[in-house]
Write a protein that binds this ligand. Structure first.
Ligand code: NAD
Length: 296
């Protein structure tokens, strides 16, 4: 058996097309052009690439992209003051503070300064709480994208056993909440889990969000399971640098029913869901109906 490939690149492109349609309809019916403001502190090269790509994708979807850069030695109060000014700016619909922030800045404090109605990363306490309570809010992008991918290969997730490996605030915990909302039976595994192999073997859906190259072995995957690999790890192999996931892709592919590749799986969905959240924020802040955004 060889698994179907879940083509995150193509699915993200379809989602971005639907988002662009939603932006045009907001603009045509209400004269609204959603705007996303990204705050970058410091010169981290990976963060600079992410911010540039987010800006390009935002403009391509027909929205306004705003970038604010602060030096690496910016004081925490300066970052908070910038976030507060973006909260107060009525032309800004979404605010994203690029992580990681420099060590001298308390990230949790800065994130929690973001107006929850503009928190397009879904990381404020209000949005995390809303997700926990099953209320409408802004949902973290990577977990949201992961569930969309799983739903492209499963008619319904209801009743399936999902194992989420990793319990971070950014990915593992919100992903578990979203799968619970889809009526999965959810197991959260992490670094202290006693027998990770046996836990994964129980799963109809394995979601790996750990940050350890090929931690999940092929024989940990149940025949026909859906594998969503969130991990992005750079490894040096055969004198070359390449990206691999948290799942041993080649071995898992032989047993899984469907699997996401790395790169080209969850990664592209993250930016697409950020754009989706910006449209949702723009509509909700004005009391307008949220235009339909789907993956056809
Ligand atoms: P994190 O370091 O915050 O959390 C890692 C989690 O893995 C922890 O909860 C820890 O308990 C668990 N863990 C660590 N070692 C383990 C082990 N041996 N067995 C089981 N669990 C273990 O990381 P994160 O921010 O959640 O990111 C996880 C991965 O996802 C990273 O590779 C990151 O680069 C990637 N990521 C990808 C995207 C994307 O857009 N595709 C977005 C965010 C993160």
């Amino acid at each position: 058996m060889s698994a179907d490939l879940i083509d995150g690149k193509a699915i993200a492109a379809a989602l971005r097309e639907s988002i662009a349609g939603a932006v045009s309809s907001l603009s045509a019916s209400h004269g609204v052009k959603p705007a996303l403001a990204v705050v970058l502190v410091g010169e981290d090269p990976a963060s600079q690439v992410y911010v540039r790509n987010k800006g390009i994708a935002t403009e391509k979807a027909g929205m306004t992209s705003i970038e604010h850069r602060l030096p690496a030695d910016a004081a925490q109060d300066d970052v908070v003051a910038l976030v507060r000014s973006l909260n107060a700016d009525n032309d800004v619909d979404g605010i994203l503070v690029q992580l990681p922030l420099p060590d001298h800045i308390n990230s949790a404090l800065v994130i929690n300064e973001i107006d929850p109605s503009k928190d397009v990363d879904g990381l404020t306490e209000v949005n995390a709480g809303r997700l926990m309570l099953g209320k409408d809010g802004l949902v973290p992008c990577t977990p949201q994208g992961s569930v969309i991918l799983a739903k492209t290969v499963r008619e319904s997730l209801s009743g399936l056993h999902a194992v989420v490996v990793g319990r971070s605030i950014l990915v593992g915990k919100p992903l578990a909440m979203l799968l619970l909302a889809e009526n999965c039976t959810v197991t959260m595994a992490h670094s202290r889990t006693k027998d990770l192999a046996a836990t994964c073997r129980e799963a109809d859906i394995v979601c790996a969000a750990v940050g350890r190259p090929r931690l999940i072995k092929g024989d940990w995957i149940k025949e026909g399971a859906t594998v969503i690999d969130v991990g992005i790890n750079r490894v040096e192999e055969g004198g070359k640098s390449r990206l691999v996931g948290d799942v041993d892709f080649d071995a898992a592919k032989a047993r899984a029913g469907a699997i996401t590749p790395v790169p080209g799986g969850v990664g592209p969905m993250t930016i697409a869901c950020l754009l989706k959240n910006t449209v949702i924020a723009a509509a909700r802040r004005r009391g307008l109906p949220v235009p339909e955004i789907t993956v056809k």
